[in-house]
Design a protein around this ligand. Sequence first.
Ligand code: SF4
Length: 197
Amino acid sequence: MNQKLETIKQNVITCTKCDLCKTRTNAVPGKGNIQSDVIFVGEAPGRNEDKSGEPFVGVAGKKLSIALEEAKISRDSVYITNIVKCRPPNNRVPSTSERETCQKYLKEEISIIKPKIICILGNTAFNSILGGSEITKFRGKIVRKDNQLYFLTIHPAATIYNQKLIDVLKSDIVKLFDLIRELKNDKEIKIDIEYAS
Ligand code: SF4
């Protein structure tokens, strides 16, 4: 692992900046390829992630893997992380204060990896990063803010109890990697939502 990412990982593992450290089993740093064109950002670790210390290893993680397979992308080739790095008790939504306290780690991950695009998974990440809500209305859209591109889609956990949504997630992830190919070929892409700085 890259030394700077390793430093973030160690800082996350030992972090006690918010109360989630008191109930976690393991903190869950981001994981993946430092040269990834995309960072996937979910909400928070769940039970399996808390046990293992790795992001997206539970049922939701399997759904994300299925969607990546649909796009013929290996999980090892991308970088996956969360808004907060410790599991909130009973999988509740992390509070605003917890999200704000933890955001420095995500900012550091982004500044090191410098992804072409950040894939926002679900409402909590949408709200935390862009102040948005109602991801189901905005999913599939491309956003630009401060010269950073974002792609919006549903959280893989939303597909667990709604089989129809797995097709939505798959088609969004295929679209995301089509878009990344266009960016790599310096093609002009259509921005759906432009945020003012
Ligand atoms: S959630 Fe983030 S800020 Fe809170 S203890 Fe875990 S790593 Fe630290």
